[in-house]
Design a protein. Structure first.
Length: 105
């Protein structure tokens, strides 16, 4: 049940963000839905991974200011259901965008 709630909330956020961009720019939903999905997917990936660039930067900063060497974290990404939902939304909207703009290809 918790996974279903997470999927529904993620879809509401993605659809709401896409609709808000559409409303503010007075354009079509398909124009921004892929980019909104891509942005949310990257944000979820960034905040659910550990040991990446931001962790190394923080470790270097702490080491430089305190002089104490910190242990490096191994890069690790454990995708969650929100990431998979956002990734599926991004793929589906990309395919829909390709179909919608097929006459331009």
């Amino acid at each position: 049940m918790k996974k279903l709630i997470t999927i529904v909330i993620t879809l509401f956020v993605l659809l709401g963000l896409s609709y808000a961009l559409t409303w503010f720019t007075h354009s079509k939903f398909i124009d921004y839905s892929f980019f909104a999905g891509l942005a949310v997917t990257v944000i979820i990936w960034f905040f659910t991974s550990k040991g990446g660039y931001s962790s190394r930067s923080l470790d270097s900063s702490v080491q430089g200011s305190t002089g104490i060497k910190t242990e490096r974290q191994k890069y690790e990404f454990s995708p969650n259901i929100a990431f998979f939902t956002s990734l599926a939304y991004t793929i589906i909207t990309f395919l829909a965008m390709l179909y919608y703009y097929r006459s331009y290809l």
